[in-house]
Write a protein that binds this ligand. Structure first.
Ligand code: SAH
Length: 396
């Protein structure tokens, strides 16, 4: 039986234009009893067919639109066709030996919200963002197998009650990787483990930023990399001949992971500082010691709770940025990044502007980044274009 849901009159045009997320507030009678993975039809209040989608409950909504064509059936061939198009769009990535890790399928940007697929040097990683999309696993894995050669396929089930990663053996099929595998990104090496929790060691969406740090900004600089995770930005800075890097992250695992990233690139980790500390405590420590840097990299999570405090990018970025400004030398550079989808670039610029205003400092925006081409974005869904990076220079 097909489930029919009626759109509120005021939302009909938005869905006609191709808006992909099935939002509760857009529906006349939001029925939250429909089973995960069910196909639903959206109709206008005048009973006109608008779109078909699937039910996959997640914090963003009830599910995702899959097609606006009434004649499409949502079956194995449908998924194969979406994957084939997406893979075709990444042709230049597959053919570039300097970069062997990239996104092959980017959710609603490639026509299926709640599903992403990344490529890591022969291995594929599928991210399922709801139980609903996971119901189509067989068809989607089969389609992928028919379309590409692969060594192994892994998955992340990101749909526990809070929409978080479910810890599991993430191997799906093929041969198991001997992790870490080393992937290339613009001829830099990154160690990746596809079967060790929610994160794999490198965030592919920052590729262009890492390249810019290496090619345009790092030469001769003393670099402070905050929220450094495995130190991917520090690696890029060292490839760009930074004189010294300091990587700061709260997580204990960040230290061995950063040592590993330095080592697979032939850098002596003992010549670098790797500090396991709350960034806000590090700022205090640096102030006490009068430490300053030529370049500060800020890439906090959208939301983080530690024993002492919670950080929310939407509320606290201006304060964080002000701290970074204090530690940055004149003419120094700050790379300010956020992956928070709840505000746009304009708003992010206003946070940065405010921080300079509050610290009575002048600045210049040198560069701006959003998602790279493999992270295809749906124009009707700007929240999907979540990455915002500003490179700013503190003036004299
Ligand atoms: N910039 C990294 C990704 C950052 S992920 C990269 O490009 O690879 C966010 C990181 O912030 C996580 O590693 C987490 O451990 C760390 N983190 C969260 N809150 C923190 C805090 N208060 N102080 C230091 N690190 C923090």
């Amino acid at each position: 039986m097909t489930n029919r849901l009626t759109l509120k009159h005021t939302f009909v045009q938005q869905y006609k234009n191709g808006f992909p997320l099935i939002k509760k507030e857009a529906l006349n009678n939001p029925n939250t009893d429909i089973q995960e993975g069910s196909i639903i039809h959206l109709h206008s209040d005048k009973k006109e067919f608008i779109a078909k989608g699937y039910v996959g409950y997640q914090n963003k909504g009830l599910g995702w639109v899959l097609t606006q064509n009434q004649n499409d059936t949502i079956d194995a061939a449908f998924f194969k066709n979406k994957l084939a198009r997406a893979i075709g769009h990444r042709n230049t990535f597959y053919q570039n030996p300097a970069t062997t890790a990239f996104r092959v399928f980017n959710g609603e940007g490639d026509g299926i919200g709640g599903l992403t697929i990344d490529y890591f040097s022969g291995y594929y990683l599928i991210n399922w963002y709801s139980e609903g999309i996971y119901m189509f696993k067989e068809a989607i894995v089969k389609a992928l197998e028919q379309l590409v050669d692969y060594k192994g396929i892994y998955e992340k089930k990101r749909f526990d009650k809070k929409g978080k990663y479910i810890d599991d053996d993430d191997f799906v099929k093929g041969e198991r990787g001997e992790f870490p595998i080393i992937v290339q990104e613009n001829n830099m090496n990154y160690a990746v483990d596809l079967n060790e929790g929610a994160m794999v060691g490198v965030f592919l969406d920052q590729r262009e930023v890492r390249r810019a740090i290496r090619d345009q900004y790092a030469e001769g600089k003393e670099v402070l990399n905050t929220f450094s995770y495995t130190g991917a930005f520090s690696v890029a800075a060292l490839h760009g001949n930074a004189s010294k890097t300091t990587s700061v992250d709260l997580a204990k695992r960040s230290k061995p992971k950063t040592i590993e990233q330095f080592s697979v690139n032939g850098f002596d980790f003992e010549a670098q500082d790797i500090v396991v500390m709350d960034v806000f405590d590090y700022f205090k420590y640096a102030k006490r010691k009068n430490l300053t840097f030529d370049m500060v990299i800020l890439d906090p999570p959208s939301f983080a709770r530690s024993k002492k405090r919670t950080f929310s990018a939407a509320k606290d970025y201006t304060g964080l940025m002000a701290e970074a400004i204090h530690l940055t030398r004149k003419n120094g550079i700050i790379v300010a990044s956020t992956n928070n989808a709840t505000f746009n670039m304009k708003k992010f610029r206003s946070f940065i502007h405010k921080a300079f205003e509050n610290t009575s400092t002048e600045y210049k925006v040198l560069n701006e980044f959003s998602l790279p081409d493999d992270f295809k974005v749906n124009k009707q869904y700007p929240a999907g274009n979540y990455l915002k990076v500003l490179v700013v220079q503190k003036s004299e």
